[in-house]
Design a protein. Sequence first.
Length: 349
Amino acid sequence: MVILLILGMLIIAITLSTTFSLDTNQLDLFSRQARSKEANYQVARSAFELGLALLRSDDSDVDGPDDLWAAGPQEMTWEGRLLRLEVQDEERRFPVNALVSDDLGPGEVFKPSEEQDALAKALAKFLDGQGLAGQQATAALVDWIDPDSVPTVGGSEVARDPKMPQKNAPLDSVHELTYIQGWLRPSGPPPKPLLGLAAVTGDLAGGKNTNETELQASDADDFEGDQNSPQQLNQSVWSDWLTVHSSGKININTAPKEILLALDDQLTETMVDEIISKRQEESLAGEDDLRQIAGMDEDLLFRLGRLTRFNSQYFRIRIRVDAPPGPINVDAVVLRDKKDPKVVRWEVH
């Protein structure tokens, strides 16, 4: 009996020792992964500071392809980790929240200004080219973000899901377009890079697609019925074309061709191509530079002046760090100020 008792105690001791050893190994593995993940995040934070330095180094009054921050995606090795950094201005996109004034009083019904009418018309024309009923989709968007509950002509105060009340406030994310009637995923490919170079699509670790869409999960479009991701289809998402972070006008030095063509019916493809060609050589600095475009007259200049500018205030800094235990992405939007830039969006995923 004593021998059996001793054997039983030995078995229990061995079992406890093995279990403790396994728990210790698992804890050690978890600790190493946590430290590596934290190191990846710190590298991403350092890369963000580098992005801010690129913006601070720009002392020009205009923003365009000849600026350092506009060089496109940069890949490098940082502290043994593979890093991808890209800076883009947000004013190259349609400023959707500018469609509605944000200074209406209680009970006041929204009435668009001439500038807002012109912006809505340009957006509708652009949406037509992306496979939507542009006028209807634009009116529904205006109804969604204006502060009143009165339907606009052709619009709707009802969400795609009837259980969801209309927002009646500016969009916080482009993702909210998935709630609005008449909005589907854009049908066209992503815009061409600002410098006209081939887009970087290879994964930092090799092979896998890591295009712009993957680096902005909060703005990714999740429309019902989508069977394939934009990466598989080489299809754009709305955050390629639209923004909620903007001064309210579009930077003519950085806007994609598709957006420029939608700004005015008088702007022909030949004129837009000439604008893009000239800004590749040197950023356009004002109306005098636009007057050199063949076919540009004073009326068109006036109409463009309501919609466009020659510099940018908001910039998106995208960072990807690829290292064990897994990649980390940082997506930040900053309001540029050379002394004290303001971070208006910070996401890590």
